[in-house]
Design a protein around this ligand. Structure first.
Ligand code: FES
Length: 167
């Protein structure tokens, strides 16, 4: 039995997910669909949500966990309000993208794929977003920052935070 009392504000979300599971359960290969829906509802797939899915679908937790970790579109950590995507495509790679990525991970004190404690930034990577002439490049949300150096990248995220928080 799943104790929803402890998750009062999220009850509605679990109810939504339960309903979706019931609709999907008899269809072939429903787990991926259910996990997609769960991620849409919760934003990511923490252990509690994976447990809930396993119980409701009557399958082992390990099965849910292996699907979640196999596909990189499933997230097990919350996503921040702003996404930094450092390009690791060939043009950016040869111009030192990894150094930029390492510097940002250090600056934000998170690992790649992680989110800052205040959920402001998520640090992610991309494979070429068509700004190769500006390599090495990154995007913060929709905005491209090119011809980066480690210092420029660090400065860009500090400035971004400062101006965004003022708004
Ligand atoms: S390789 Fe980085 S933008 Fe194309």
């Amino acid at each position: 039995m799943f104790h929803t009392e402890a998750h009062a504000p999220e009850n509605r979300h679990y109810e939504q997910l339960r309903e979706f599971i019931r609709e999907q359960i008899d269809k072939p290969g429903p787990l991926i669909q259910v996990l997609h829906r769960a991620q849409e509802i919760f934003g990511y797939l923490p252990m509690e949500v994976q447990d809930f899915v396993a119980r409701e679908m009557n399958i082992p937790h390990s099965e849910v966990y292996s699907v979640v970790t196999f596909y990189n579109f499933f997230r097990t950590e919350p996503i921040g309000d702003h996404i930094i995507n450092v390009c690791l495509g060939t043009a950016c790679h040869v111009k030192g993208a990894q150094l930029i990525l390492d510097a940002l991970a250090d600056e934000l004190d998170i690992h790649v794929g992680g989110t800052t404690e205040d959920r402001f930034f998520t640090l992610s990577t991309a494979r070429c977003f068509g700004a190769c002439g500006l390599a090495p490049a990154m995007m913060i949300d929709e905005e491209v920052y090119g011809k980066l150096t480690v210092d420029k990248a660090r400065k860009a995220i500090r400035e971004f935070r400062k101006t965004t928080e003022k708004k």
